[in-house]
Design a protein. Structure first.
Ligand SMILES: Cc1cc2nc3c(=O)[nH]c(=O)nc-3n(C[C@H](O)[C@H](O)[C@H](O)COP(=O)(O)O)c2cc1C
Length: 206
């Protein structure tokens, strides 16, 4: 399946086959591929919690408006933003300089810029959300390619998810992606706006 095929095959699935399962090796591979998504400075803000335990799924479902796909899908990925990812980035980058992989001056310039942006909590949160979007799309395309179906979801109480999953304050649940096999009765592809209505060249005169 090439990228264009994966993009057009992907659908937000509503009805999942509740008898399907997915193993830890496959979940790990999906995350490994999703990690190829880009991030600002390569800071890598996204963390992934893969939930397959029926009891944990049931708790998540209760905090997600009771959406049945949370328990019916084989796995629930909660994409979590590390709101202090730039601090670990600074440590990594300085270690790379100390080991001689990059010049110290370059490392300090990068750390200075990244800190300048993301010491601002609002910007850190915004960037984490942007990154989760890119990671999530990569994860969904990887899943499609490997024979799974998915649905991205924001219909959940992020604070309750954090409590259920034991997230500390540094981490916030930004997006949920359920993965599994489809049951019958799912909607066909949804139409998109005409490309001519969403594209302008060289100026944004919408
Ligand atoms: C950020 C985001 C949040 C979404 N949240 C939900 C959700 O909570 N529940 C749900 O059933 N679908 C959810 N969707 C799926 C959208 O309804 C779906 O992507 C949209 O209708 C387009 O359909 P398609 O993905 O099949 O092309 C969400 C999609 C996105 C991108």
């Amino acid at each position: 399946m090439n990228v264009a095929e994966a993009l057009t095959a992907r659908l937000s699935i509503n009805n999942f086959d509740a008898s399907a399962s997915i193993d830890a090796a496959e979940l790990t591979e999906l995350v490994r591929l999703a990690q190829e998504a880009p991030s600002s400075f390569n800071i890598q803000f996204t963390r992934f919690v893969a939930v397959t335990d029926p009891e944990v799924k049931a708790k998540l479902k209760a905090a997600a408006w009771g959406q049945p796909k949370i328990t019916d899908a084989a796995a629930v990925f909660v994409l979590v933003g590390d709101l202090k990812a730039h601090e670990a980035y600074a440590v990594r980058t300085r270690a790379a300089a100390a080991a001689g992989f990059i010049p110290t001056e370059l490392a300090e310039r990068l750390v200075g810029m990244a800190s300048g942006f993301y010491n601002n909590p609002a910007m850190a949160r915004e960037e984490a959300a942007r990154s989760a979007g890119l990671s999530g799309m990569a994860l969904m395309l990887a899943a499609e390619d490997r024979g799974w179906v998915t649905c991205p979801m924001i219909g959940f109480d992020a604070k309750a998810f954090g409590e259920i999953l034991g997230l500390t304050e540094q981490y916030t649940a930004l997006m949920t992606i359920v993965v599994g096999k489809p049951a019958v009765g799912n909607m066909p592809r949804k139409a998109r706006l005409a490309t001519a209505d969403v594209l302008r060249f060289n100026a944004g005169n919408f």
